[in-house]
Design a protein around this ligand. Structure first.
Ligand code: XMP
Length: 333
């Protein structure tokens, strides 16, 4: 629509004016905010933008490929794809404490990103070296970091954020989504040509599958979880609730699969199995501070369970998480 078009023109003009002919780096995560920021900045300054996409090996199935197809393939943006999965998994080896896992993933993320950014800021890699770091900060982030959140006495989970990075890298900060609410960011994303499914995605935590594999993270576990989770999401996206006409994916706020590193006995054909368990999680919430478990239809749960057990060799039991927040949290770690 026209209002959105004006909004884009205005934002583009502002970015061009701010940046001039200097170069910009942006950390692309595949999430909504960094994706929309990347698309907007790319619209404004094209090849003066370089996106850095750090793959920590804890992404969902085909996620890395999807990000590359969209940004490098369709938008023709410059994207550096860093496959750091071995490095992340190496540092996580033997670590089972949730907070320690979060800290390691956050720290490594900053390390890898800084190393890539350093290459791009040095002259030679680009014309003059990048001078700007772009971030997909949105209005609620601005409020949160100034107010209530920092005063909270008890840290339930440490969130990894990239605060302080621009200073460390000696870069100026570019935050073109700073004044926008989530809904507006999504509308902007669609208007910029990003696919609906990408822009209306459920949130995905920075530490990724690292906090959805309970205890020690192993590649074997991550591969099983990716396969099971893809089935769950596929069924949620394709099952329509008749009264609203919406899919169960759109009727829920966050949905995912959790890998439990315990084995249970099952039977398949004439044989006994002794394999891993997954839990399905689906919640409805408006603010993610409190959340209800979603009353998914039994028929949907039945289909997902049967598909996971038949299609993912190594998982022989599927459970459904019926815990609300509080006292449970949305993620299991
Ligand atoms: P919990 O599990 O605390 O999660 O109920 C609330 C929301 O926050 C997301 N979450 C994170 N997001 N980095 C993020 O960007 C993190 O470290 C992180 N931990 C949890 C979670 O997915 C849910 O939407």
């Amino acid at each position: 629509d026209w209002i959105m078009k004006d909004h884009i023109d205005e934002a583009v003009a502002r970015i061009r004016e701010q940046v001039g002919d200097e170069e910009v780096i942006l950390g692309l995560s595949g999430g909504v905010d960094s994706s929309v920021a990347a698309a907007l900045i790319h619209r404004a300054i094209g090849d003066q933008l370089t996106c850095v996409f750090v793959d920590h090996g804890l992404l969902r199935l085909n996620e890395g490929q999807m990000v590359m197809d969209m940004f490098a393939g369709k938008l023709h943006a410059k994207v550096v794809h860093v496959d750091a999965s071995d490095q992340f998994l190496g540092h996580l080896k033997g670590v089972s404490d949730p907070e320690q896992k979060r800290k390691i993933i956050g720290r490594e993320f900053v390390e890898v990103f800084k190393a890539e950014a350093a290459k791009l800021t040095a002259s030679g890699a680009s014309k003059n070296g990048a001078k700007w770091l772009a971030q997909g900060t949105i209005y609620p982030d601005v409020i949160e970091s100034g107010g209530a959140k920092s005063k909270k006495a008890v840290v339930i989970k440490s969130h990894h954020n990239v605060g302080g990075l621009p200073e460390q890298l000696g870069l100026k900060l570019l935050e073109p989504l700073r004044d926008l609410f989530k809904d507006e960011v999504r509308e902007l994303g669609v208007a910029l040509g990003l696919p609906h499914d990408m822009v209306y995605r459920h949130p995905f935590p920075g530490p990724g599958l690292g906090v959805r594999i309970l205890g020690e993270v192993k590649k074997e576990y991550a591969d099983l979880l990716r396969a099971a989770d893809a089935i769950f999401i596929e069924e949620l996206r394709s099952t329509v609730e008749p009264h609203s006409g919406k899919t169960w994916y759109d009727l829920t706020s966050q949905t995912f699969t959790v890998f439990l590193p315990v084995k249970s006995v099952g039977v398949m054909g004439d044989g006994r199995t002794y394999d891993y368990v997954v839990a399905l999680r689906a919640v409805q919430t408006s603010d993610f501070m409190t959340a209800d478990w979603a009353e998914l239809p039994y028929s949907l749960l039945k289909k997902v369970s049967s598909r996971i057990i038949n299609e993912v060799r190594g998982i022989n039991r599927v459970t459904y998480d019926v815990s609300s927040k509080p006292p449970a949290t949305i993620e299991w770690e």
